[in-house]
Design a protein around this ligand. Structure first.
Ligand code: VGL
Length: 199
């Protein structure tokens, strides 16, 4: 087994005070840092994604520029590449070996599999190269980018776990539905604090 951790979009704009604030986002940042500090060896590979949207662009219909966003498929301007809102939340402490994945450049880009590392490699290619078989997923938002990333990871043949104490969602009902869908498709939902989960 070769295990990877996906840290999805723990960015200032998705946490309290951000342009698309998700309640509980800052706590997720701190919780992930605590997990990494307590279990530095538990994941051989760490991939952290950031929404990295193009400025002054609808990014493929994802961002409502003129009309009001519906907060389901259209959103206020958020995570513009290179701005403070697109940075990781300050309570997220990543090890140097973390691979940074940029996604949503001119497109919605919900799934981390739609992103690329700094060299332009897709995540799917990098996972295959590194022999990753198992993926644990944490981050924001449960009902959007966490959901899409988990479903894509399953599609890529990974064993997938979602750490339910280290995610935060935009909408409560949609997040519940997303968790049910992920589980139905084969993801294991588990708290990161469960004994043996990170052995
Ligand atoms: C996300 C809404 C809009 C996410 C991204 O990271 O889950 N949610 N864009």
């Amino acid at each position: 087994m070769t295990r990877a951790l996906f840290i999805i979009d723990v960015q200032n704009d998705f946490t309290e005070g951000g342009a698309l604030a998700v309640v509980g986002g800052a706590a997720v940042a701190a919780g992930i840092s605590a997990l990494l500090a307590a279990h530095p060896q538990s994941h051989r590979h760490i991939f952290a994604s950031r929404d990295w949207h193009t400025a002054d662009s609808a990014n493929g219909g994802h961002i409502a520029l003129a009309e009001a966003p519906d907060f389901v498929t259209t959103w206020p301007v958020h995570c513009v590449a290179g701005t403070p809102g697109a940075e990781y939340h300050p309570d997220l402490v990543l090890p140097d070996r973390a691979v940074h994945i940029y996604k949503g450049q001119g497109e919605p880009g919900y799934s981390i599999f739609e992103g690329r590392n700094g060299e332009g490699d897709t995540l799917g290619a990098t996972l295959a190269l590194r022999g990753v078989t198992d993926v644990d997923i944490v981050g924001i938002a449960t009902d959007h980018c966490v959901r899409a990333s988990a479903l894509d990871a399953l599609e890529h043949g990974q064993h997938v776990r979602v750490f339910t104490d280290l995610i935060a969602g935009v909408d409560e009902a949609a997040s519940r539905a997303a968790l049910a869908e992920m589980a139905h498709m084969g993801a294991v939902l588990v708290e990161s604090t469960t004994t043996t989960v990170l052995d």
